[in-house]
Write a protein that binds this ligand. Structure first.
Ligand SMILES: C[S@@+](CC[C@H](N)C(=O)[O-])C[C@H]1O[C@@H](n2cnc3c(N)ncnc32)[C@H](O)[C@@H]1O
Length: 151
């Protein structure tokens, strides 16, 4: 059973998972239109701020459909490893469809709650979560920060 670190139903994993299940078909388009295309630029600048280098292991928390992958993979190259985590099956299915676009890269897709992350301690060189925090409560953000620190 998941620990209750959300005090409001809108932050429950079940609610958020269902929300993205319903949004999965249009998420990318709506995101681009409602941000006037800035979401693409923000995502790229967020990843660029990580100063990634070839061969690194990067964890993309709340990966969605892999929107940040092109920038991450450009930084870590074929020698690097990308672990992409999301708990929404519909978003993961869309992410899975992106894999053939990157045949030379090592990408592992994990279907799990990032707040219950199974990654080993100190296994990542860098982590990123583009547009992932807005569905978290303050307590969940603190919990997530601890998970990031551990990985
Ligand atoms: C707003 S989308 C962001 C997707 C992508 N990172 C981007 O840049 O567009 C948020 C994603 O986080 C996932 N998500 C939300 N809470 C999560 C959690 N606790 N564990 C795993 N995935 C989660 C949702 O399923 C959704 O795919």
């Amino acid at each position: 059973m998941r620990p209750a670190i959300h005090d409001d139903a809108i932050y429950s994993p079940e609610y958020v998972e269902k929300l993205f299940e319903q949004m999965s078909a249009t998420y990318d388009r709506v995101n681009r239109i409602t941000s006037f295309g800035f979401s693409i630029r923000w995502r790229r600048r967020c990843v660029e701020a990580l100063d990634l280098r070839a061969g690194m292991h990067v964890v993309d928390f709340m990966t969605g459909m892999g929107e940040a992958w092109p920038y991450i993979l450009a930084g870590i190259g074929a020698a690097g490893r990308l672990t992409a985590i999301d708990f929404c099956p519909a978003m993961l299915r869309m992410a899975d469809k992106q894999l053939p676009e990157y045949p030379e890269h090592q990408i592992a897709l994990l279907g799990e709650d990032v707040l219950q992350c199974s990654l080993p301690n100190e296994s990542a060189d860098a982590v990123v979560a583009t547009f992932g925090l807005k569905t978290f409560s303050t307590a969940q953000i603190e919990h997530f920060a601890a998970a990031i620190w551990r990985c």
